[in-house]
Design a protein. Sequence first.
Lengths: 137, 137, 137, 137
Amino acid sequence: MRAVTTELRVRYSETDQMGIVYHAHYLVWFEIGRTEWCRAAGHPYAEMERSGLFIPVTRVDAAFRRRSSYDDPIRIVTRMAALGSRGCTFSYEVRNPADDLLADGTTRHVFTDAAGRPSRGPTPILAALERFRASEA
Amino acid sequence: MRAVTTELRVRYSETDQMGIVYHAHYLVWFEIGRTEWCRAAGHPYAEMERSGLFIPVTRVDAAFRRRSSYDDPIRIVTRMAALGSRGCTFSYEVRNPADDLLADGTTRHVFTDAAGRPSRGPTPILAALERFRASEA
Amino acid sequence: MRAVTTELRVRYSETDQMGIVYHAHYLVWFEIGRTEWCRAAGHPYAEMERSGLFIPVTRVDAAFRRRSSYDDPIRIVTRMAALGSRGCTFSYEVRNPADDLLADGTTRHVFTDAAGRPSRGPTPILAALERFRASEA
Amino acid sequence: MRAVTTELRVRYSETDQMGIVYHAHYLVWFEIGRTEWCRAAGHPYAEMERSGLFIPVTRVDAAFRRRSSYDDPIRIVTRMAALGSRGCTFSYEVRNPADDLLADGTTRHVFTDAAGRPSRGPTPILAALERFRASEA
């Protein structure tokens, strides 16, 4: 499966009083990974929404394995684990520069219209996402 | 000026690695104060948006005077400092149960439609807000 | 299992451009549920941290079943699903006033010291949490 | 005054139901600008905190002039407007790629120790910051 890597630095606002990243922010990083995966696949998510295709999150699971701290450089490695006509699943690894796994997880999504009603993804977009998903880097 | 008081507890997610509330969250608390002021005035902000009146923030200033920490009970005291046909100004005080001032500030707002175009506030709503604004508690 | 219910209103800052609550905020609500469960059990989490017992999140899973919007009143129903000497598991339901299930999930936790090293929870605290956990409302 | 420019893309989590960036996130962007200014000056803020120098925000003001939306590329231009032995002031401009001003503002800071007590900044660090502050790009 094609992996797309995104880099960022931990923001001060993402830390909590334990001195580490507050766990919910990893879900925001997953979203950033998704955004960059879609852009790399040729279908930026902002354009998909403008065309009427919304991809909200319906489930998430995540494991927090090592701590990260303010200003740490981190990498998010994103793959689309599954794709159907009704929705898709992304998987994520968050790693530090030494390639240690900090966290991993998956998000499941359904395709909807702007009002949140389930819909089928448009065939040309699904075909493009599937080609990219299954491609070599 | 009529003051509306809202109570909340500091969330763990609102702390940072200094062990105190991250400053940007005070702006979120100001927003909560505004929400409760509008509700007390008889015009919940959610209803105003549904009727097509949006009140985005155009300026903010805030002073952070004392620290607050996870699970601290705090009070937000909100007043509408000025109201015109084009916009309004709110002022806020954030206090602890001993009534110490933790932070204060103001936000300025314009009235717009859903697309963000400046508009005049509807006369009946402005009249109701003005009556409440100038009323005694 | 003892259920502790916490009420809150959706903040404007918790919405996103889909017009609904951004999914990561449900994890913040879970944390608020945990905080209130611990308080109800007689051991506020802020006190546990001051005594040197930290309870970071190691895993989370959540399902988002119905949308919630700005200013909606919601209830978080929290239970401690499991408790051992090394950690614990909380479960959560997020419901609207009509008792519809908006989201549910679980978080797993380990007990650590302030430096993040795994530790055993103090026996008196564990005993108190276990009594509350298994009690009737 | 030396200006340091940082680039980022608007995160989905930073939008609200108006379809634009929620205003409090600009303060987070200001913080990112500060972080990169300090790094460029040779004194990463994470190191300053590790050495015992904390620089909390005591005042902020900001004006929101144009809207920004999900996935927009933006630039934060940061300057240190003033520096004394007790604290400093940063100024910020947030601009889009067409160089339109989206927002600007300032933050005031005091120097403290880890417990939040006011302190004087260490002379060598102050000297280095002052040299960088007044330098040409």
